[in-house]
Design a protein around this ligand. Structure first.
Ligand code: GLY
Length: 295
């Protein structure tokens, strides 16, 4: 049995870093909790799920309680989780749950499927004992009202710069046994069409893990999905250490004008943390030392 030193990394989105202190506090807390679990022998699956739940509860992040609202003012959320033995579970356009990542894990462990969506994902959550929860915060309601006035049209127009409107949170960890888990949770793009599904619940797009490493992506979901960016990053990890794989995947993303950020950990516990957007908030703990984004 392998004996690895646990490592955990989290990001709070690559759509810019407003309220950096709130973001830093959330990321530090999530990483500390996840790392503490890993050091006490928990699996990366448990640590990642718990760390993501911590972030889903912090309303500055676009996930869970902080989820942005779609064109009709509804927070439809996506989340996924994947392990290095290639198990995967996800929910798409789910509403009325506090922790979408919990439901994604239940899809992975309790069903024969990979992704459940919409009202039937909500129904599944209830059957699994997940209570109803309203994720709309006053902060997001105000942002939505402001945007609604700006957009004028009743229907989604192509937005001038989608990069302004997206965000996601993600966590990747490796445990003592070298088992890697990646998870992502997102409130999607503000003012998206109802029913829009981003990169987050698609394996290989927003989240991916295999024996070479685990990756979480954030940024412009349509482009991340088109280019299966997390899968691509893990493929690079098969041939190069995580930091080099990060350079390669960002060079690829630049070539296709895909605005994104990626975090990851390879099978040796090396870190990937890259973005080509204005700013990305992130935090990781390795060898007991915490590293955090600058602001
Ligand atoms: N990357 C998050 C989204 O576009 O939904």
């Amino acid at each position: 049995m392998k004996h690895m030193k646990p490592v955990i990394i989290a990001h709070g989105g690559a759509g810019g870093v407003n309220h950096p202190l709130r973001r830093a506090r959330g990321l530090i807390r999530a990483c500390r909790i996840g790392y503490g679990m890993l050091m006490q022998g928990s699996s990366s699956l448990d640590a990642v799920e718990q760390a993501i739940m911590e972030l889903e509860d912090v309303s500055i992040f676009n996930a869970g309680r902080g989820s942005s609202l779609n064109l009709e003012g509804v927070p439809e959320m996506d989340a996924s989780i994947m392990t290095s033995d290639m198990k995967f579970g996800a929910v798409a356009v789910i509403t009325d749950v506090r922790y979408p990542i919990q439901v994604a894990r239940l899809v992975m462990e309790k069903t024969d499927h990979l992704v459940l969506g919409g009202k039937n994902a909500v129904r599944f959550a209830r059957i699994m004992g997940i209570p109803k929860y309203n994720c709309v915060t006053q902060e997001k309601k105000r942002a939505w009202q402001w945007m609604r006035k700006k957009l004028r049209s009743a229907y989604f127009e192509k937005l001038p710069d989608l990069a302004e409107y997206y965000g996601t949170i993600g966590v990747v960890a490796i445990d003592r046994h070298g088992f890697i888990t990646a998870g992502t949770s997102s409130g999607g793009i503000t003012m998206r069409l109802p029913g829009r599904i981003g990169d987050t619940p698609s394996p290989g797009a927003g989240t991916y893990a295999d024996k070479n490493g685990g990756v979480g992506a954030t940024g412009h979901g349509e482009e991340i999905l088109r280019h299966l960016l997390s899968f691509r990053a893990a493929q690079f990890m098969a041939r190069a250490p995580a930091p080099i794989a990060g350079e390669k995947v960002i060079a690829f993303a630049n070539k296709y004008k895909c605005r994104c950020g990626l975090i990851g950990i390879d099978k040796k516990g090396r870190i990937m943390c890259v973005n080509n957007t204005r700013a990305m908030s992130w935090c990781y703990i390795k060898n007991g030392r915490m590293h955090i984004f600058r602001w």
